[in-house]
Design a protein. Structure first.
Length: 190
């Protein structure tokens, strides 16, 4: 009887380990050095870590791909003439050159970025689809908390890829050709 209990608890433990692995769903993390930005660039543009992971693997209650970024310092209160963007550039189609999507969390006005939503300076989430001529749509679920920026995206909005390569970047101007900081290319699989 003692032996049977042991076997049963082993099965229970294995099940637990397996389900927690499934819930983790292959997070893709890339670390970036602090202090690798221009000397006059504020430190909140300095990426120290960027990550992509999937949620909803077990319950399917809310299935999302979560994009997050950690900056060297907390983002302070920003003025209306400041532009800040966290970008996650996605290469979902290796047969097509360049990135297919840009996932964006930004602080903007229509003055600092022509495609920003109208009104006073604000945070917004956006998705740029380069495969559709750069069509931009907005993303409603995002969060800025101190030095951390996060956005939750429905995978269907980027063609439900099971894997892709990606790169994190920060920008201080809309469509800034050379970002203030960027990460190495990483791979995500869900
Ligand atoms: Ca950095």
């Amino acid at each position: 009887m003692a032996k049977l209990r042991l076997v049963l608890s082993f099965i229970a433990l294995s099940t637990l380990v397996m389900s927690s692995t499934a819930a983790a769903a292959h997070p893709s993390v890339v670390l970036d050095p602090a202090g690798d930005i221009g000397s006059t660039t504020p430190s909140y543009y300095d990426i120290v870590k960027a990550k992509i992971h999937a949620t909803g693997g077990q319950s399917e209650d809310y299935k999302a791909i979560v994009f997050s970024m950690n900056l060297a310092v907390p983002i302070p209160e920003l003025s209306s003439d400041t532009f800040f963007a966290a970008n996650w550039l996605l290469d979902t189609n290796s047969a097509r050159p360049g990135f297919e999507y840009n996932v964006i969390v930004r602080w903007c006005t229509t003055v600092t970025h022509p495609r920003c939503q109208p009104g006073p300076a604000h945070w917004e989430g956006a998705l740029n689809d380069f495969t559709a001529g750069g069509i931009q749509t907005y993303v409603s679920k995002f969060e800025i908390d101190g030095d951390t920026v996060q956005l939750w995206l429905d995978p269907e909005r980027i063609g439900s890829p099971s894997e892709f390569n990606w790169q994190g970047a920060t920008r201080s101007r809309g469509a800034q050709p050379v970002p203030e900081d960027d990460t190495d290319i990483a791979s995500f699989r869900r």
